[in-house]
Design a protein around this ligand. Sequence first.
Ligand SMILES: [Zn+2]
Length: 174
Amino acid sequence: MAKPLPNRFNPDLMARDGARYEAALPLSSFERLTTLLQDSAGEVHVSAAFARRERHILISGRLTVRYSLQCQRCLAPMTLVVDEPYELVFVPDSASAEALPDELDPVVLDDGGYMATTVLFEDELILHVPLIARHADIADCAPLPDNVAAVVPEDDDAAPRRNPFDALKNLDLH
Ligand SMILES: [Zn+2]
């Protein structure tokens, strides 16, 4: 049976007994992540196991979460189910992180050699938020009113800036 993963832990101690861990972390505890979501209600479900590989301690498992997003095609709310594996390597400082082979994803321990679960998982969770959220199937999109075009953020910069004086030109001043 899996043990509860503490909110803050020493990976060196966790790697000693070979146990499996689980946690349900409130989405609201991930501040940077929730700025990308429509709603911070809900939980991230985490499974975790620790292992030693050469000089490193690794943590791996799965992240399961539902993100509330806004579809950028129809602007209606949508839910994205994320169920992804992860594998992260604990390192004592950013210099050690730089020295890791590219295939290993580092997380930097705090000064006491401890790791907080919010720090550990936040970047990984942010990676799974799509840059532009869209319903997977266009049939799931809410119909748009005829006079409203879909707003797609990447087009914003390409669109010519409206000249504020254009509106004045159209005024009938006679
Ligand atoms: Zn949609």
